[in-house]
Ligand binder design. Structure first.
Ligand code: NAD
Length: 310
């Protein structure tokens, strides 16, 4: 059975999404460069609106979306959709939590290796006609303590990968941690302060909420080991970036890797001044596999909602 609903895709997404919806009879309008003004103009014509990260669906847009049944985010976080406005208008909002899990966890592992082995120093040196072998003297991940804050989908995947590298895993979550998972990776449960004091690497995997805004601030950083490194691939705002800059610059923290920033995009961010810092442009889910998995999940969810199955 086919559907005749109309779909507006506002951002660049994996072509698989377009294909599955098309195969099911939906009328897809693929407009990856559409502007907010154009969305306001035409949103009333669509039953389903799909975004990734570029587009923000505002209350003003939702107020005009009189025929909309579903707003979908081909990704995890829903911070670019006005959820209250959607709820008030009885519009279902869906996302694809499964898509990014492995991609983000693998990026964290890569960032930890890059920090541990001073890869950036070696690479920059050779580009500058130098041979900085001595400066690349680093450390190994084996046997180091990795503190994971937030043991949801991504935190758990990271725990499993890190365990395979023989790291020791310390975990903190506000919700009870899955016992079977804890056993599998030999996880030591701790409160946040103990985790921060003990870890060589701290990786953050919590949503951005009022309660997690600047969760890692100057005071918390001051309790960490001077050699410790912070990796944030969750959401900008969870780590206080000014405090992070001061802590690393003054030698009170070993380094950091950030994939997310309080204000994005963040070209030329002031942390780029520091050589023991790695910055990536919110690219945690930027793998072909994650994009096609997310596209698949969203397409299947839309079809199932239209069939009345979920
Ligand atoms: P999830 O919902 O599966 O897990 C989040 C966990 O954080 C939950 O277990 C929750 O109980 C815990 N938590 C909430 N508040 C906490 C607090 N104050 N202290 C400790 N734990 C707390 O989410 P996920 O899919 O694992 O995603 C984690 C984060 O990664 C989200 O912020 C998401 O937006 C972000 N993310 C980033 C990228 C990227 O491109 N960098 C891609 C996907 C997801």
């Amino acid at each position: 059975m086919g559907f005749d609903d109309s779909v507006l895709i506002c951002d660049t997404v994996d072509p698989l999404l377009n294909k599955i919806l098309d195969d099911n009879g939906l009328k897809v309008s693929y407009e990856p460069e559409i502007t907010p003004e154009q969305i306001l103009e035409k949103i009333t014509n669509f039953n389903i609106v799909i975004v990734r990260s570029r587009t923000t669906i505002t209350k003003e847009m939702i107020d005009k979306a009189d025929n909309c049944k579903i707003i979908a985010r081909v990704g995890v976080g829903l911070d670019n959709i006005d959820l209250e406005a959607a709820k008030a208008k009885n519009i279902r909002v869906i996302n694809a939590v499964e898509g990014a899990m492995n991609a983000v966890a693998e990026l964290v592992i890569g960032l930890m290796f890059t920090l541990a082995r001073n890869v950036k120093v070696g690479d920059m040196g050779i580009r500058n006609n130098e041979w900085p072998k001595k400066e690349m003297l680093g450390t190994e991940l084996k046997g180091k303590y990795l503190g994971i804050i937030g043991l949801g989908n991504i935190g758990k995947r990271l725990g499993r990968l890190a365990r395979a590298l023989n790291m020791n895993i310390i975990g903190f979550d506000v919700m009870p941690i899955d016992e079977e998972f804890a056993k599998e990776v030999g996880l030591m449960k701790a409160d946040l302060d103990t985790l921060l004091q003990s870890a060589d690497y701290v990786s953050i995997h919590v949503p951005l909420l009022d309660s997690t805004y600047h969760l890692i601030d100057a005071k918390k950083m001051s309790t960490m080991k001077k050699t410790a490194r912070i990796i944030n691939t969750s959401r900008g705002g969870v780590v206080d970036e000014d405090a992070l800059y001061d802590a690393i610059k003054s030698g009170n923290l070993g380094g950091a890797a950030l994939d997310v920033f309080e204000k994005e995009p963040a070209p030329g961010h002031k942390l780029s001044e520091l050589k023991n810092v790695i910055l990536t442009p919110h690219a945690g889910a930027q793998t072909k596999e994650a994009q096609s998995l997310a596209a698949n999940v969203i397409a299947e969810k839309i079809v199932q909602i239209l069939r009345g199955v979920i």
